[in-house]
Design a protein around this ligand. Structure first.
Ligand code: SAH
Length: 408
């Protein structure tokens, strides 16, 4: 975990640099050569990504000095306001105590949390998850930018608006120059330090082209690159890693292999898992998770989703609502509620401690624009902002009415 502001290298411990942020120390893997104690760096997602000059660092830190502590105070205050003592929800309280002390809850206990019905108990779970987030992550929040580099897709996922089944969608594939221009804006204008490149699973764009794009971004910009092009296979993952990609965003969508087969004709759950496992072995940071609200999905399925994400050494959990798209086989299936999603994120916070980041998805914000705040007060601590060129954004229509269509 790290802040998106410059930090000062204090020491080295093996492959890690210890980076200081206004007196708070965080660890990050260092791959830069010639880095010394006293240098200023940007670190993201656990990696030192670029060095910055002392002058630039000091100017930035001067602006942040007061705000950094102000934001911490606001966060601390949000935690203290909790009506904690004397609660009747002893079962949840016991689980909280266990996790707060560094222990783990059992799968059955996770399922208990997920399936809680009582409104007061659900509120209690959210508050407790907020405490746990604060205890394990402090006030740091991961913010990635996402660029949707193309909506061409050869897959036929039954929920997805950009699947090959949707023949009425206008398709696009951004050129290398267009992608580099978008990255430039994201990094140099908006200051992103971590970027996700996402697209449909597009056989029309070769692995060589993707490698070329990743390598060029790596060469020109100090930014942590996540890839999200669907399944690229072990060899593809290895070559993209060598080109400079350090993160993979690939949801397994559901851990229920039967449900997976129904929703992804022609695709195998095992293949998706294999990519995730290989990526983990190669050293990629893993962002994965599932859709909530799929037809026939049970609490046992969702608890297994959370467990599986843990087994895959997830760095950031991405669990969001299914939202119906009119041109898909699931057009008539209803979306879940905001509360169902936030409740699942809070429950996950109990199970996936201590290091895991939990993402507030655009899907959740599409259900309700104020859901981001609610999720941040219920255990979540990461977000992705869309930096796809505005004219392309409506075409990446995985579901209709996506939040943040018209804003940078
Ligand atoms: N080709 C990439 C990216 C797919 S789109 C891949 O295979 O991973 C990114 C994510 O959008 C998917 O992983 C899926 O979970 C989500 N998504 C697609 N359709 C959706 C829908 N109708 N509602 C909510 N999320 C959806």
């Amino acid at each position: 975990m790290c802040y998106a502001i410059p930090g000062k290298v204090k020491a080295f411990e093996g492959k890690f640099a210890l980076v200081d942020y206004f007196g708070e120390e965080k660890k990050a893997i260092n791959e830069l050569t010639g880095l010394n104690v006293g240098d200023y760096v940007y670190a993201q997602g656990g990696f030192v990504i670029t060095r910055v000059s002392q002058k630039e660092a000091e100017t930035t830190l001067e602006t942040w000095k007061d705000l950094f502590f102000e934001l911490k105070d606001i966060d601390d205050a949000s935690v203290k306001q909790m009506p904690w003592a004397g609660s009747k929800y002893t079962k949840v309280r016991d689980m909280y105590d266990k996790v707060a002390a560094g222990g783990r809850i059992l799968r059955e206990e996770l399922e208990y949390l997920l399936s809680a019905k009582d409104a007061g108990e659900r509120e209690f779970i959210k508050n407790a998850a907020h405490h746990l987030r604060h205890q394990y992550h402090g006030n740091s929040c991961c913010v990635h930018g996402i660029i949707e580099i193309g909506n061409e897709c050869d897959q036929v996922c039954h929920y997805c608006g950009i699947s090959a089944l949707n023949t009425s969608l206008i398709r696009y594939r951004m050129s290398k120059d267009e992608i580099l221009e978008s990255v430039k804006v994201a990094v140099e204008v908006y200051g992103f330090k971590a970027l996700v490149l996402q697209s449909g699973e597009d056989c029309g764009r070769s692995i060589d082209e993707l490698i070329d794009i990743v390598a060029e971004i790596k060469k020109r910009f100090g930014v942590l690159i996540f890839i999200s092009f669907g399944e690229v296979g072990s060899e593809g993952l290895k070559r993209l890693y060598d080109a400079g990609a350090r993160g993979l965003l690939l949801r397994f969508e559901t851990s229920n292999s039967e449900l997976y087969s129904k929703l992804h004709p022609g695709s195998k759950f095992e293949d998706r898992l294999k990519d995730l496992k290989t990526a983990n072995e190669l050293g990629y940071l893993i962002i994965t998770g599932s859709l909530i609200g799929l037809p026939g999905q049970t609490y046992a399925d969702i608890s297994r989703d959370i467990e599986l994400a843990g087994e895959l050494n997830v760095e950031m959990l991405s669990m969001g609502p299914f939202l119906p798209h009119p041109n898909t086989p699931l057009a008539k299936h209803l979306a879940p509620t905001v509360d169902e999603i936030v409740h699942a994120l809070s429950s996950a916070r109990f199970y996936l401690l201590p290091h895991v980041k939990i993402l507030v998805t655009t899907g959740l914000e599409t259900l309700n624009m104020s859901a981001r705040r609610l999720a941040f007060l219920s255990g979540a601590n990461s977000m992705m902002l869309n930096v796809t060129p505005l004219e392309k954004r409506p075409l990446y229509e995985i579901y209709p009415g996506r939040a943040h269509q018209n804003v940078f």
